[in-house]
Write a protein that binds this ligand. Sequence first.
Ligand code: ATP
Length: 508
Amino acid sequence: MINQEDFFKKIVAHAKEYGFVFQSSEIYDGLSAVYDYGQNGVELKNNIRNYWWKSMVQMHENIVGLDAAIFMHPTTWKASGHVDAFNDPLIDNKDSKKRYRADVLVEDHLAKIEGKINKEVDKAAKRFGESFDKEQFISTNPRVVEYLAQSETIRKRLYGAMDTNNLNEIKTLIEDLEIVCPISGSRNWTDVRQFNLMFSTQMGATSEGANQIFLRPETAQGIFVNYLNVQKTSRMKIPFGIAQTGKAFRNEIIARQFIFRMREFEQMEMQFFVRPGEEIKWYDYWKKERIRWHLSLGIPEEKYRFHDHEKLAHYANAAADIEFDFPFGFKELEGIHSRTDFDLGAHQQHSGKKMQYFDPELNESYVPYVVETSIGLDRMFLAMLSNAYQEEALEDGSTRVVLKLPAILAPYKIAILPLMKKDGLPDKAREILAQLQPDFMCHFEEKDAIGKRYRRHDAIGTPYCVTVDHQTLEDNTVTLRDRDSMQQERVDAGALRKIIADKLRPVV
Ligand code: ATP
């Protein structure tokens, strides 16, 4: 068994080697926390986005799409609270000159305590065998009880300080916990300061007349400011939703973990507009729907868990994350938030324009409540990539690296491979390619031995390989090889389109 860190390194290396993800501006030594998607990455990313779009827009009568601009009127961000409150507390270590998110330093400390608890539980589980009662052990073992009490106190102090914007208290907490800088090992910290995560730029030809504008830190606000335009022109009735995918930008203080935390990333968001008072019903509904979507891709259930928020953002009255078991542990993949009427109410106030909806059934007007589902496309990409990566020992003693991606997401669906580069096999293979190409991403490859070509397609996750041989010339049959089982069956080339379409039918 390799450890998690090595496993993660392999994923990053594989992503580069096979054209999934490159560091941005690599020839200039890269730009921190910014990445480019290569020839296979862009396909995987498009397929994830399409799978989401299909389930949200195509499969819901009452959800429509939108593509709002990245630039928005600057008052948008005043109204949304981002100008005043989209901050992270940061702290510098004076010796290493490294910058950290102060709350993350404390959270890492909490994770260490959690690690100690898990160790105790594992030890006890081994000792007691089948008669082990985990709940009872956790509530009675003095050491575990002490760890839990410590965590609780730290949590209370941290969230209390964050809520009241008490930066001194966060610093004192870091000092009290004797947290050291992982680089310098010292406790020589600066004060904690607030840092706004929005990128800004100027709009206008001259800097004097210029307006400071922001690159959107979330796509949601484009939906809010357009909600009445969409509602009126589509004649939607509440409850209804608006879905959007697009770039968002955050000047993240700590940029690590590859495409998990980027400064430029893509979100897939859906805002669902509901009657006031019905938001919790819909919040529960979307929690179930979203986890169903994830599981529909055939990913094991134990890879996901919900994390209900104790500390709510200023706009929410209920919030949960869907966490995924990434190579560095369970982390947020998607957020489901009941945002109340905070955003629409704030835009109404700041714009002076009515944001009310007239409900014909109730015969009254109100500002709708909003339930949001928000997933990071890049994080979903990383989740799929890391879940798919496997090194398998084969019967003949060799090994293969295979990406067991859900077939619907794979960059190429079919590789079309003439067994040899002669005897008319390439021509025949191109004929089959022409039949399949309009419907599926196909890859035609005639170079190298067939085994080598299979390996290359295993490594990029191509679910099906079609091999054209001499028999094909006689009876129009080909071998269809399955990526995961490596089983091959002989099928009629004319039936390929239907066979593969059936295998790829999405369950959304
Ligand atoms: P985190 O706590 O990890 O910073 P967040 O709670 O700020 O995330 P949201 O504002 O709820 O995230 O954004 C919705 C989704 O957008 C997240 O669940 C995540 O998938 C994605 N996301 C947010 N920030 C980033 C980022 N810097 N890089 C990549 N994806 C991101």
